[in-house]
Design a binder for this molecule. Structure first.
Ligand code: PLP
Length: 247
């Protein structure tokens, strides 16, 4: 992969074809699944390639890296065939510590990794101070992974209730990361189980709380088909779009 990400359009077309095939298999409209390119560990030119292609947003998993990259992004002209380029939205998809909540609230357009009431309170206060409503997703440890972040599914109702009470936050839905297994077959089984759990939890919470929770952020380069089959609305794709990360 060259530093200007010249093959991004080709890779994007391949990921779009995978999304379309998965949607066809699941009887879903491909427009109901958004591709969120994950630019972590890649330079600002990766995000510029995303903007040029006309996509809405990118995902970053570290606050400081995202803040610096956003500032470093240059304005770009649309690629051939792209009608116009909007300013990119930046989404935080990695673990967030409460002491960085104010920085994250100031520089990100959505936080997907909200997993505690303490973090909620910090984000709500920061967003109120900025005079903005900050969209969030609740990260759920739907695969019961001992090493991954995310709130326990049993605690999700309480976390959702607390989020709905925050005046400066808006909860768009849920997010999960599937745990890795020891073998590809085990990884695939974990993914299917994690995504089914998240979908069921979302349906249950949406009915109980009367909150739409429209967004189901699940699926990455290796498992986006399984996630789409289970109802994903947002696949977070790094490797398939930008190649292997050096870190
Ligand atoms: C890195 C990352 C991704 C993208 O993973 P790939 O396997 O490279 O597509 C998605 N979600 C989160 C939370 C990540 O940290």
């Amino acid at each position: 992969m060259t530093a200007d990400f010249a093959d991004f359009p080709t890779r994007l077309a391949a990921v779009r074809a995978r999304v379309a095939a998965a949607c066809a298999g699941a009887g879903r409209d491909p427009a109901s699944v958004e591709i969120l390119p994950v630019t972590k560990n890649h330079p600002a030119t990766a995000a510029e390639a995303v903007a040029r292609a006309g996509l809405r947003a990118v995902g970053e998993n570290r606050v400081q890296e995202g803040v610096a990259k956003r500032a470093a992004c240059a304005a770009v002209a649309p690629a051939p065939g792209v009608s116009r380029v909007e300013p990119l939205a930046w989404e935080l998809i990695g673990h967030l510590q409460s002491n960085k909540a104010a920085l994250a609230a100031a520089h990100f357009d959505r936080i997907q990794s909200v997993d505690s009431e303490k973090l909620l309170r910090h984000l709500d206060r920061a967003a109120a101070g900025l005079g903005k409503t900050l969209p969030v997703l609740l990260q759920i440890n739907a695969g019961h992974d001992p090493v991954k972040f995310g709130t326990d599914p049993a605690d999700a109702p309480r976390l959702l209730e607390a989020t709905l009470a925050c005046n400066s936050l808006h909860v768009d839905g849920l997010m999960a990361i599937a745990p890795l297994g020891a073998t590809p077959a085990e990884t695939a089984a974990h993914a299917a189980r994690t995504f089914a759990n998240l979908r069921a939890l979302r349906d249950d919470l949406a009915a109980r709380f009367g909150a739409p929770l429209r967004e189901l952020s699940m699926g990455m380069s290796g498992d986006l088909e399984a996630a789409i089959a289970a109802g994903s609305t947002l696949v977070r794709v790094g490797t398939a779009l930008f190649g292997e990360r050096s870190v």
